[in-house]
Write a protein that binds this ligand. Structure first.
Ligand code: ADP
Length: 261
């Protein structure tokens, strides 16, 4: 189970990174191959350098082919967004969560009533909760309590949330609270960075929270952390609530292209 989680965190992160890096590499390689062509024009086929430059160009072309594969892989990770009830997702996860955190930690789930729906990829939302639960467990080596609660919050005025501004509206809120070690401010400031970890080599990837952050932002949501050394940590996630009016019948129907005037 542990390996599967680390593996899936890695896959998510690789997918996200791959798209961006592959794109830049593609541009760099195109330039390198272009310069090879320029050099080749200045040499005759029999020259000693000609064969060497050909080698560089061929390898450049092979690298470009690999990069294209990587781009294809990252595009494959299609989102399957649907309208879900967070309570259903949590109920389905509760078994796995209990196994994940082990014996010494108590698990409390508080479901808010009539939460409404949010528009997410349910698999990604599970990943978010699992990543937060794994971190909570790691922060409580001597046991403690993990509390996951859901509720609705109406935000009346635009609100600062980390680097972002949260628009007014109804949000479904998920809070994940542990009674663990807590974090000092300098750690809190860096936790969402990819590859930032305070865990020993081999046990932390530093990708869990950057993945969480990526998914939450991609879903149009927000995340914040509150933490006190020796008391514990709460991660709070806000996801835009889908208004009841937007349920099935109101989904816009795609229309045939109107004739051009
Ligand atoms: P990893 O768990 O692999 O280190 P993450 O991105 O999930 O990577 O977390 C980054 C760091 O944030 C952790 O190494 C840890 O220092 C800190 N952290 C995350 N969650 C908690 C928590 N619930 N309590 C204390 N520290 C935490």
């Amino acid at each position: 189970l542990e390996n599967r989680i680390v593996q899936s965190q890695k896959m998510q992160a690789v997918g996200q990174l791959a798209g961006g890096i592959a794109h830049d590499f593609n541009n760099l390689l195109t330039a390198m191959i272009g310069y090879c062509d320029l050099l080749l024009q200045r040499h005759r086929a029999g020259d000693a350098s000609f064969a060497d430059i050909m080698q560089i160009k061929q390898n450049g072309n092979r690298a470009a082919a690999l990069v294209r594969q990587l781009l294809a892989f990252s595009r494959q990770q299609k989102l399957e967004v649907s309208q879900v009830d967070i309570s259903d997702v949590l109920a389905e996860l509760s078994h796995l969560l209990r196994r994940l955190i082990g014996q010494g930690i108590e698990l409390e789930l508080h479901h808010g009533r009539d939460l409404g729906l949010v528009r997410v990829d349910a698999g990604q939302l599970e990943q978010v909760i699992i990543n937060l639960a794994v971190n909570a467990r790691d922060a409580m080596p001597n046991g403690g309590r993990l509390t996951i609660a859901t509720m609705i919050e109406t935000v009346k005025f635009a609100r600062r949330m980390g680097h972002e501004t949260m628009a007014p509206g109804d949000y479904v809120v998920i809070s994940v609270t542990d009674t663990g070690s807590g974090m000092p401010p300098d750690v809190q400031a860096r936790i969402f960075e990819p590859f930032f970890t305070t865990k020993p080599v081999g046990s932390g990837t530093g990708l869990g929270l950057s993945t969480v952050y990526g998914i939450v932002r991609q879903t149009g949501g927000f995340i914040k952390v509150d933490s006190t050394i020796g008391v514990g940590t709460t991660f709070t996630i806000y996801l835009p609530r889908v208004a009841p009016l937007e349920e099935p019948q109101a989904v816009p129907v795609s229309r045939e292209k109107a004739p051009t005037e």
